[in-house]
Design a binder for this molecule. Structure first.
Ligand code: SF4
Ligand code: SF4
Ligand code: FES
Length: 238
């Protein structure tokens, strides 16, 4: 039988790689491999997943040095080196154990960036509709598809160098709200992302855009935020 040699990160920051042999089969995903290890070889292996269909964003890991969602990554695509694969937790986040990272700082940054929608209607009002053809909506048509997987955050070198940087996902979220005509906190949001740890810290390396499994472009959203901040400053509003 064709066997896959898998090296998996075990432990916390001070951990080490442990080797497992996993039977290889057609259409096998990286998440299938991790699940096999946990169910058949070592039940103490810690990892996260929920939907298995690319919806929840919880299964992201570093696969052969590249951040990826694992439920939609096929072994045939991920195994660059014959039958060997190395699985580690996402970079730029504290490791709790094995393949599980602590996502708190990732989501705390969404809150710091003012990533919560704030509308004016009450629950008694009818739904407010957005014209899908409007210019603002067109600019965020894809950006709103973010699943919060943190792959972009893990791929960003600026986050690695400056842990205070809000990061591509939180800034992408703010971009979608700034372009949401129902939202009434635009200036607060622009203020929140205008500082040293905000959109101007992005060096436009594009790693986030290159690795996003949903093919979104946080880089474009961040560039949009830079323009919005500048325009608000020039108009004396910030
Ligand atoms: S484009 Fe900006 S946010 Fe994206 S990876 Fe590069 S520095 Fe980070
Ligand atoms: S922008 Fe892409 S990579 Fe980043 S959290 Fe959203 S879906 Fe994941
Ligand atoms: S398990 Fe939900 S996106 Fe992979």
């Amino acid at each position: 039988m064709n066997t896959l040699h898998v090296r998996v990160w075990r432990g916390g920051v001070q951990g080490a790689l442990q080797s497992f042999d996993v039977p290889r089969h057609a259409s096998q995903t990286v998440l299938d491999v991790v699940t096999h290890i946990q169910r058949a070889l070592d039940p103490t292996l810690a990892y996260r997943f929920a939907c298995r269909v690319g919806m929840c964003g919880s299964c992201a890991m570093t696969v052969n040095g590249v951040p990826r969602w694992t439920c939609r990554t096929h072994i045939d695509k991920a195994v660059a080196n014959e039958n060997e694969i190395t699985l580690e937790p996402l970079r730029n986040l504290p490791v709790i154990r094995d393949l599980v990272t602590d996502m708190r700082e990732f989501f705390d940054k969404w809150a710091r960036a003012k990533g919560q929608f704030q509308g004016t209607l009450t629950r008694k009002d009818d739904f407010q509709k957005i014209d899908p053809e409007s210019a603002d909506r067109k600019q965020v048509d894809t950006s709103i598809e973010c699943i919060g997987c943190a792959v972009c955050y893990s791929a960003c070198d600026v986050v690695a160098q400056n842990p205070d940087y809000l990061g591509p996902a939180a800034l992408n979220r703010v971009w979608t709200l700034v372009k949401d005509e129902r939202d009434e906190k635009t200036l607060e949001r622009l203020r929140a992302v205008a500082g040293d740890a905000g959109c101007h810290a992005c060096h436009t390396h594009m790693s986030c855009t290159e690795h996003c499994p949903k093919q979104l472009s946080p880089t474009a959203g961040i560039a949009g935020l830079k323009r919005e901040v500048l325009s608000a400053v020039l108009r004396g509003r910030l």
